[in-house]
Design a protein around this ligand. Structure first.
Ligand code: ADP
Ligand code: MG
Length: 422
């Protein structure tokens, strides 16, 4: 089989999305890859298809348990042999996975980065033909990235420990120049094929709404779009609970999700949302990484996020199916205070003071950029794209700021025609 046949046979797609084919071809030829593609661009396929075509097994390093479970579930349903090893499994379940992997049952094995250090894993790896190591959410390796995970730094030691160096492919949605360089250097990528697809998501309409009456706005929005699925992101658990209660009091039933809830409750909320039993979910940013729900029609940010990276990733969960969708940020000056408060209380244990100071400075800068987005009167899409290094000058005509001008012009025309009639 070739790549297109695998795509059709296992995933049911007729054609590749931008960037996918190029990446897959490079990997199959044995070249390292660094791919930077926005959320929803289809990064998983870029390593899953070659995994099916390479001789041995592909190890995918992934930061989140829920993400692994979802992906493996979907792969198994598609008829692809895949497994995962993480702390949600018992010792005996883990032994079974190793056993199957050694027998060559799996083409793809997902692991958490911490696992790479364990004796079980390294001894398994030394006896197995590993064709590729894939690092998903690769920005986690950089201290300049949003979700730095020290355990990601261990990946390269693991790769170095292998007798035969496998192909290494790294994927991320959010990478500024520093993060890009970090990924490439820290993972010691060898002459990698770097693929950066455009950051723009054309089907997303961006808007910033200046308001202190945020819950009224949300109620009104849901009332006007009763059949739409959407995510409402709040900065804190308390905000989530308050908004949840308010909506409930008004007879609007929604799901909620934050790290303070019991695991089972979170799972129920997530499933209710994914299977459209509750089309709307209110959540902190603990919700969403790896969630693949295609028909999310709106993402409302109840508070300003901490950075453009966060915002674009979260807002980007709207419209994965390519249909028109809205990303609305509800802004009030108080959000800037909340943002600063959260930064002041960020946990820097285990991070050397010099690094911590640099991170603080960068965080503060990120917050400023985000505030700039909320206050700009220019094209919102261009503001985002420029931050990620894509320069555009023409207004997009699909954001609140571009449209405000147009609406004004329209209204003047209407007014004129009224006057003419009189
Ligand atoms: P990412 O990891 O880049 O955010 P995913 O890998 O989760 O994105 O894929 C996003 C969605 O795009 C998924 O629903 C996936 O099935 C779909 N998808 C991926 N590749 C294709 C393709 N070639 N044609 C159509 N849909 C695709
Ligand atoms: Mg992904």
């Amino acid at each position: 089989m070739n790549a297109s046949e695998v795509l059709k046979e296992y995933f049911g797609y007729d054609s590749f999305k931008p960037g996918q084919e190029e990446i897959i071809e490079s990997i199959i030829k044995g070249r390292d890859v660094l791919a930077i593609m926005p959320t929803g661009a289809g990064k998983s396929i870029c390593y899953q298809v070659p995994a099916m075509l390479l001789p041995g097994i592909t190890i995918v390093i992934s930061p989140l348990i829920s993400l692994m479970q979802d992906q493996v579930g979907a792969l198994n349903e598609a008829g692809i042999h895949a497994g995962y090893i993480n702390s949600s499994l018992t010792e005996s379940q883990i032994s079974k996975v190793y056993e199957r992997a050694r027998e060559g049952t799996y083409k793809i094995l997902y692991v958490a980065p911490e696992r790479l250090e364990s004796y079980d894993f390294t001894s398994f790896a030394s006896k197995t033909e590993i064709s590729m190591i894939t690092v998903d959410e690769a920005h986690c390796i950089s201290q300049w990235g949003q979700d730095f995970r020290p355990s990601y730094l261990k990946i390269v030691d693991f790769i170095d420990s292998l007798k035969h160096r496998p192909i290494v492919s790294a994927f991320t949605a959010t990478a500024t120049t520093e993060v890009k360089t970090d990924i490439s250097c820290i993972l010691k990528l060898k002459d990698p094929k770097v693929v950066i697809t455009g950051y723009d998501r054309e089907n997303l309409y961006f808007d910033v709404v200046n308001t202190r009456k945020k819950s009224d706005y949300v109620l009104d929005y849901i009332g006007k779009h009763p059949n739409d699925s959407g995510i409402i992101y709040c900065a804190t658990r308390k905000n989530v609970d308050e908004l949840y209660d308010k909506l409930l009091n008004q007879g609007v039933s929604v799901a909620r999700y934050h790290a303070g809830m019991a695991n089972e409750d979170r799972k129920v909320s997530q499933d209710d949302f994914i299977y459209d039993r509750s089309p709307v979910i209110i959540a902190t940013n603990a919700f969403g990484m790896g969630i693949d729900k295609s028909n999310v029609r709106f993402v409302i940010h109840y508070n300003m996020p901490q950075s453009m990276e966060n915002y674009y990733q979260e807002a980007g969960r709207a419209g994965r199916d390519g249909e028109p969708s809205r990303c609305i940020l509800l802004f009030s000056p108080q959000d800037v205070m909340i943002g600063k408060f959260l930064l002041d209380h960020k946990d820097f244990t285990d991070i050397p003071e010099d690094d911590a100071e640099l991170i603080r400075q960068r965080d503060a800068r990120r917050l400023q950029v985000m505030e700039g987005y909320c206050r700009t009167s220019g094209c919102l899409r261009n503001y985002i794209l420029e931050y990620f290094g894509e320069k555009r000058t023409a207004p997009c005509d699909a954001c609140g700021n571009c449209h405000r001008e147009y609406t004004e012009i329209d209204m003047t025309m209407e007014a004129k025609s009224v006057i003419n009639c009189v």
